[in-house]
Design a protein around this ligand. Structure first.
Ligand SMILES: Nc1ncnc2c1ncn2[C@@H]1O[C@H](COP(=O)(O)OP(=O)(O)O)[C@@H](O)[C@H]1O
Ligand SMILES: [Mg+2]
Length: 239
């Protein structure tokens, strides 16, 4: 049985059909890549899966159970967590506070603090426990977002453009962390614009355009798919 099943999900915002009958499933241990142009509906899709955005119609199942209408908080406890595209933090909290809050999902406070420090060290932020997120570099903000997810001990992490804005060299650290977590059994669904990154990580790809799934295939097949090239890469690739 698939870990995550998205079944004919549609979402309408007023007159805008942000998602239209999107279906796909994610097997345990996979890294599913989701690509598509800006405004295609990728973040909306993550909102629906993670319980932040109620769908207009359709179903989502996680670990064998329907999850539409289940709060993000409960989904986190069931092992489904998402990162946010825009790094959101409270000004007065330190990196350790932020990750401790996530670690409280499954641990009492004293253990949560220790575990948060371990997770931060694991992502390479061990020397920045007391820094406030606002003072961190973009790369470190992204690593912090990853640490927040990891500290909840998830089965499945939804990553929304964690590599956006990073240089190719800066993507190496998050790539290594994602690979390592995946080896330990964590399933990933990644929305990513940085094609060389998603091509390296994804076991399978789904392409969304104007709220619809237009392709689903291996990374190699995807880059040779005319519809994908037209929709996603645009004319600059033809040149
Ligand atoms: N809360 C909202 N209210 C109204 N329109 C929205 C809302 N969220 C997203 N949209 C619209 O839905 C479409 C899909 O947006 P989004 O899911 O953010 O796309 P992507 O992440 O693929 O760039 C866009 O046209 C966007 O403006
Ligand atoms: Mg988005």
């Amino acid at each position: 049985m698939a870990l995550l099943e998205v079944d004919k999900v549609s979402k309408r915002f007023g007159g805008l059909q942000a998602l239209n009958g999107v279906s796909f499933s994610v097997e345990r241990g996979e890294i599913l890549g989701i690509i598509g142009p800006n405004g295609a509906g990728k973040t909306t899709l993550f909102g629906v899966i993670s319980g932040f955005t109620p769908p207009s119609s359709g179903d989502v199942r996680f670990d064998g159970r329907r999850i539409v209408g289940v709060s993000p908080d409960r989904l986190t406890r069931r092992g489904l967590i998402r990162s946010f595209q825009i790094v959101q933090t409270f000004a007065e909290m330190t990196a350790l506070d932020v990750v401790t809050t996530a670690a409280l999902t499954r641990r009492p406070i004293r253990q949560a603090v220790d575990y948060a420090a371990q997770v931060l060290t694991r992502v390479g932020l061990g020397s920045k426990l007391d820094d406030t997120p606002a003072t961190l570099s973009l790369q470190d903000k992204k690593l912090l977002e990853l640490a927040k997810c990891v500290a909840t001990d998830p089965q499945c992490i939804l990553l929304d453009e964690v590599m956006a804005g990073l240089t190719m060299a800066e993507t190496e650290a998050p790539i290594a962390i994602i690979r390592e977590l995946n080896r330990q059994g964590v399933t990933f669904v990644m929305v990513e614009h940085v094609m060389p990154v998603i091509m390296r990580l994804a076991t399978r790809m789904v392409v969304i355009n104007f709220g619809e799934k237009i392709a689903e295939a291996s990374p190699d097949e995807i880059i040779n798919d005319r519809r994908v090239i037209d929709a996603y890469f645009g004319e600059h690739l033809d040149a």
